[in-house]
Design a protein around this ligand. Sequence first.
Ligand SMILES: [Zn+2]
Ligand SMILES: [Zn+2]
Length: 397
Amino acid sequence: MTEENKNSQLDEVQRQLLDRLAKSDTSGFKQLLVGCRNVNFVDDNGMSCLAHASFKGNREAVQLLLDMGADINLNQHGADYTPLHFAALSGNAHVCRQLLDAGIRPGAINSVQRTAAQMAAFVGNFACVETINNYVTRSSLEYYTQLHGQQTEPQIPPSLLQSFHAFVTDINLHPVRIALNVQSLGLLRILGNLRKTLALMCEKEMQKSHDINELLAFKFHYQGWILAELIRCEEQFKAQHKETGEANKSDFLEMFVKRVLKENKLGQLDYVEYTLRECAREFPVRECTIFRQIALQLGSKDAPPALTILRNAINGMRGFVDEASYCSTCGAEKPDKKCSKCKAVQYCDRECQRLHWFMHKKSCARLLAQSQFQSQPQAKGAIDTAELREELAKLTA
Ligand SMILES: [Zn+2]
Ligand SMILES: [Zn+2]
């Protein structure tokens, strides 16, 4: 036993648990955890096991600890960092989300008066900032799954509370993502009620007597607006296919996605531009900072796309952003896949690629030619003359 360990208050199992976390040995951590009676211990700096797992961004370990009753408020860390501060600092948005779902207070401040979101912004972890700032608790949404006044059924069926919560707290504001979320979360059948609920949530937020969150109010208004567009699309689609009746119920989503992604000759998204400007104009409260800020930016000369303006207003400026690191269909960050031909555009998955193909097929070949042209001089320069001589020798031998 080293000198350091002798003075430590940790027992052997606790010490090993932290050691496995530090080495990202999740399966070893898991095995040890089985024999651990109490996960609520702190190291010699007052940092809890949960805080360590959060700082490492270890989703699995965080979930295991939470399931075993880890106390999110156990905090004896000298600088008053909560596990959320640690997750935000290390840049793991998913862990931030797990901690928020477990009920951690996003507003808690550390010894230098900073919230977790502020710390994340400070180090440029924008996905964490957005995850925290967009968060509303699931229990705050329960109201809409209950009966009120003359209602014969709640606005949102209680069985869809979880989906509703996931929809409201998603940080991706791209209209295509909103539409795809509605489908994947099983909310298509309550589109109308969902839209009404979001309008109500916006109204309620702005009527609060204190702590009004204008950004959230605008976000609810925006989400509701996109849903209204989806509903309009559904009605048009139904009217078009009334006679044939052969269309699939969710085919209107595809029509909506194409409408959103259709570029004009300059590569701009006319429909999105028009819809979002209309959405901003119709925000019910004029006397507030966010409305004035958006109106000012939309009206400025050489204004960036409306989607960028709205995104920045709701989620905060991201500083330098490389557009190429987003899915060309739904705007998701750091997508996994690329177009296999041109490798110039990125997508989340096959579905996103399929939905974008009607536009991308027009530019894929050009983008491929462009990238080949750009890489040519470099490739030439990269050839070693000795290597070339060797190749020539082989040929002439
Ligand atoms: Zn995507
Ligand atoms: Zn391509």
